[in-house]
Design a protein around this ligand. Structure first.
Ligand code: NAI
Ligand code: MG
Length: 349
């Protein structure tokens, strides 16, 4: 098999961790008999400074025939974050109908977790990725006046809620059969009862799955206090964003948290990226943890139909962590390339 993948390293440590991911995928290509054609895209904040746009005008068109997109991170200190986010990532998610944001988090041997005792976490947050609270509908009124107000509408559709809960229920059947739905229907009285109702109806199609709806505030506490009571969690765009960052922190570090923005029907390319951002505080120093980016590369391989290569990759970085090679964020001394070289050495064995 042969795949075409657009690579957008982007800004800051995106430039450092993305080559780690592509090198690992290339090493696997030899072993597992597939080829990847990388199309390098120098899009991001520099492109914005020179052209006023994060992406070229026809950037989405240029990527439309790709099998996948691999992203580092975008964002820089001198450009507002909403410009970078709405100028690149959100248009890609929406144009390619990547309505699932999949974020696995698990405690890994060799990765210190803030969890008490020997508690373990192994959860997948399935975040709705194209509607919900992230909407352009609303505005600011009576600017600067004492009675100024800002409105922002959340949008939930039957199609949107049912397809994300269906995806999560399917995933739950492949794991423990337990699905938790994040809600807030006690306080948010229109959209959240609707979310609960559509989720219940959808999950009823999966006899092997038990659905538990949990108020998102209590659920946040449960991620920390009783993580082993959770397996697959389905949540709206905003709730899923917060819960998955929390789960990543509980697992040990943002540096080990990957994510996939999926168009499950494969009508359009899906995008794979670390959860973390461009980390301007450590950019250019060669100390960024490449695990999140490498793991995102593994999620990409799974999506492309190379699950064995993905398993090989997860086992390889897991073994390197377990043997004690760690970057600074995990209390170690390895550089980005030290860690990556150790993974590559295992992949080439
Ligand atoms: P961040 O994730 O870049 O950094 C948060 C903290 O975690 C920093 O102290 C950083 O050094 C550390 N960190 C993150 N990734 C790490 C890694 N791989 N290894 C070691 N340490 C790591 O989040 P922050 O600081 O809120 O945002 C920085 C910029 O990134 C902003 O412009 C923001 O908008 C952007 N951003 C972009 C995202 C994307 O492209 N998908 C996602 C999140 C933020
Ligand atoms: Mg986030």
């Amino acid at each position: 098999a042969s795949y075409t993948v657009d690579v957008i390293p982007g800004d800051g440590i995106g430039q450092e961790v993305t080559p780690a991911a592509t090198a690992c995928v290339d090493a696997l290509a030899e072993r597992h008999d597939f080829t990847i054609e990388w199309r390098d895209r120098d899009w991001g904040s520099d492109h914005y400074r020179s052209t006023g746009r994060m992406l070229p005008v026809d950037g989405l068109e240029q990527m439309a025939d790709a099998d996948a997109i691999l992203l580092g991170a975008v964002g820089d200190v001198d450009i507002p974050d909403d410009v970078t986010l709405w100028g690149l990532l959100i248009p890609i998610r929406r144009e390619f109908d990547q309505y699932i944001n999949l974020r696995p988090s698990r405690t890994l041997p060799g990765v210190p977790s803030p969890l008490a005792g020997d508690k373990k976490l192994d959860v997948v947050v399935v975040r709705e990725n194209v509607e919900g609270e992230y909407s352009e509908i609303g505005g600011r009124f009576r600017r600067g006046q004492p009675d100024e107000l800002a409105l922002q509408e959340a949008i939930f559709t039957r199609k949107g809620v049912s397809r994300v809960t269906r995806f999560a229920a399917q995933l739950a059947t492949e794991r423990s059969g337990r699905l938790v739905s994040a809600t807030k229907s006690n306080g948010i009285i229109h959209t959240m009862p609707f979310w609960d109702e559509v989720a219940r109806e959808t999950v009823a199609e999966f006899p092997g799955v038990t659905l538990e709806k949990v108020l998102v505030d209590a659920l946040a506490a449960r991620v920390v206090l009783a993580p082993d009571s959770l397996d697959v969690v389905v949540a709206s765009n905003l709730f899923g964003d917060i819960l998955s960052d929390l789960a990543a922190a509980v697992a040990g570090s943002l540096g080990v948290a990957p994510s996939a923005n999926l168009n499950p029907e494969r009508e359009h390319p899906s995008l794979f990226e670390p959860v973390h951002g461009s980390a301007p505080d450590i950019a250019g120093k060669g100390v960024a943890n490449p695990v999140a980016a490498i793991w995102a590369g593994g999620m990409m391989l799974r999506h492309l139909g190379q699950p064995e290569a993905a398993d090989t990759l997860e086992a390889a970085f897991g073994a390197v962590l377990a043997e004690g090679t760690r970057t600074r964020d995990l209390g170690g001394t390895a550089s980005t390339t030290d860690f990556t070289d150790a993974v590559l050495a295992r992949l080439r064995k």
